[in-house]
Design a protein around this ligand. Structure first.
Ligand SMILES: Nc1ncnc2c1ncn2[C@@H]1O[C@H](COP(=O)(O)OP(=O)(O)O)[C@@H](O)[C@H]1O
Ligand SMILES: [Mg+2]
Length: 385
C-alpha cells in the first residue's frame, strides 16, 4: 500500500547503459510542501533518474519510490503523480482541449477538468487552437496541464522552464511555490540554476550521474565567499606577511599567485606594501551561485571572467564538502518564445483534495528538512486571468 505521504525517495539509484554510467549511486529525498531542484548539465543523468522514478527505465541498482512505493505499485498513478518528461508528443492537428479530453477519458476523469487545468496554466484562450501551432513554452504549459489532470499529490517535471520566456518562468515559479504550499511535492529538473533558483528550497546537483551537492539551497549560498587573487613578486614573503597581519584563509595557487579569503583588496594591498612586497596584480573574485554551479558540474568549464587556478580552492570558497571534480563541459542555450495569456495565479485545487496525513514517519532516516513558509503573494504577474 502506498503511504499517502507525498514523499519521493531515491536510494542508491544506479543506471548503466552499456559502458555509459548514466546515474551512479544517487540518493535523495523530496518532502511534501517543498520544491526540489534537480540540477546538472545536459547529459548529467537527470532524465534517466526521473524515468527510473516514473517506472519507465529499470534501475541497474537501487530504487526510487513515491509514497513509499515504486511507481508500478501506485494503483492509479495519474492521481498520485503528475509528470512531464522531455519531448512530449502532441498530436499537431489536435486542439489543446481535445488533447486533454483524451487523457480525461483514459484516466476516468470528467471533461470539465480539462477546462480547469487549461485555466490553471494560462491556456484557456487557446483551448481550441491546434497544438501544432503552439510555441515550445505553450507546449510546456499544455504538458503541465496534462500532468495536473488527476489533481496529483506529487509533480515531477523535467526541464519545465525550457522554452519559457522570463514572464513564463516567473509564472511557473509562483505556480510551483503555491502548489508546494498546499502541502504537495515538487521535483523539477533544470540544466540552468538561474532558471529555478528562486523556485526551489532544496537542491540536488549532479554531474556525470554523480551527486555533487545535496542540501538546502540557502546552505549552498551561505557556503560562498569571495576571495582576493594576488600576484606578488615573492609568494613566500607575502604569505608570511599576511599571516603576521592576522589574515587567515591564504592559499598559494601554485602558479605564482595567492588566493586570500576573508580580506579585502585594500587589506591585502596594505599588508604587501608594509612588508615591501611588490604586487603585479590584485583582483577580487566574486563567488556567486551560478559560478559555483559551473564549478560543481564542470571542472573544465570556464565562463568569461571566471579565473581558474591550479590549486584546490581554500576553505570557505568554492564547492562545499562532498564536492567531486568532473571533467564535463556543456553550456547549452534555449530559445524563448513569448506571447502568453495571463494564467490564473497559483495552484487552485479542485474540491475534494485531501491533504496527506500529517506526522507520517517513514522507515528511513528522518530528514533535517524544514518545510518552507507559505510564499508571499506576488504582484509581478498583474493578476488577471
Ligand atoms: N536509452 C539510452 N541509451 C543509452 N544511453 C543513454 C540512454 N538514455 C540516456 N543515455 C545516456 O545517459 C546519460 C545521461 O542522459 P540523460 O539522463 O538524458 O541526461 P540529462 O537529462 O541530465 O541531460 C547521457 O550520457 C546519455 O547519452
Ligand atoms: Mg534531460
Amino acid at each position: 500500500m502506498q503511504d499517502g505521504s507525498g514523499r519521493i525517495v531515491v536510494q542508491n539509484l544506479t543506471k548503466n547503459f552499456g559502458a555509459v554510467a548514466a546515474v551512479q549511486n544517487l540518493s535523495f529525498q523530496v518532502e511534501p510542501g517543498s520544491v526540489t531542484g534537480f540540477l546538472g548539465p545536459n547529459g548529467a543523468g537527470k532524465t534517466t533518474t526521473l524515468r527510473m522514478l516514473l517506472g519507465l527505465v529499470r534501475p541497474t541498482a537501487g530504487f526510487a519510490t513515491i509514497n513509499g512505493q515504486p511507481f508500478s505499485g501506485l494503483g492509479n498513478p495519474g492521481r498520485v503523480v503528475g509528470a512531464v518528461l522531455e519531448a512530449q508528443g502532441f498530436h499537431p492537428k489536435r486542439s489543446a482541449i481535445n488533447h486533454l479530453r483524451v487523457y480525461c477519458s483514459a484516466m476516468g476523469i470528467q471533461d470539465r477538468r480539462a477546462e480547469e487545468v487549461l485555466g490553471l496554466v494560462g491556456l484557456a484562450a487557446t483551448a481550441t487552437r491546434d497544438v501544432g501551432g503552439f510555441s515550445l513554452g505553450m507546449k510546456q504549459r499544455l504538458a503541465l496541464a496534462t500532468a495536473l489532470l488527476g489533481d496529483p499529490q506529487v509533480l515531477v517535471l523535467d526541464e519545465p522552464a525550457n522554452g519559457l520566456d522570463p514572464e513564463g518562468i516567473a509564472w511557473l515559479r509562483q505556480f510551483l511555490r503555491s502548489f508546494a504550499a498546499s502541502g504537495r511535492t515538487v521535483l523539477i529538473s533544470s540544466h540552468l540554476l538561474a532558471e529555478v533558483e528562486q523556485t526551489i528550497d532544496q537542491v540536488v546537483i549532479i554531474s556525470r550521474g554523480q551527486t555533487m551537492y545535496y542540501g538546502m539551497l540557502d546552505d549552498l549560498r551561505r557556503s560562498q565567499q569571495s576571495r582576493v587573487i594576488v600576484q606578488p613578486a615573492d609568494v613566500n614573503a607575502l604569505v608570511t606577511a599576511l599571516q603576521e597581519g592576522g589574515i587567515s584563509g591564504i592559499q598559494p595557487t601554485g602558479d605564482g599567485k595567492v588566493a586570500v579569503t576573508g580580506a579585502t583588496v585594500q587589506q591585502v594591498g596594505d599588508v604587501a606594501a608594509k612588508a615591501g612586497v611588490a604586487l603585479y596584480g590584485v583582483q577580487e573574485e566574486k563567488a556567486d551561485l551560478e559560478q559555483l554551479f559551473f564549478r560543481l558540474t564542470s571542472g573544465q568549464y570556464a565562463a568569461p571572467g571566471i579565473v581558474h587556478y591550479g590549486a584546490p580552492p581554500p576553505q570557505g570558497f568554492g564547492p562545499p564538502p562532498g564536492y567531486q571534480q568532473s571533467g564535463y563541459h556543456q553550456q547549452p542555450n534555449y530559445n524563448q518564445p513569448s506571447g502568453y495569456h495571463q494564467p490564473v495565479q497559483g495552484y487552485q485545487q479542485p474540491p475534494g483534495y485531501q491533504q496527506p496525513p500529517s506526522g507520517y514517519q517513514p522507515g528511513y532516516d528522518p530528514s533535517p528538512y524544514q518545510a518552507p513558509q507559505a510564499p508571499e503573494p506576488t504582484k509581478e504577474q498583474g493578476g488577471n486571468s
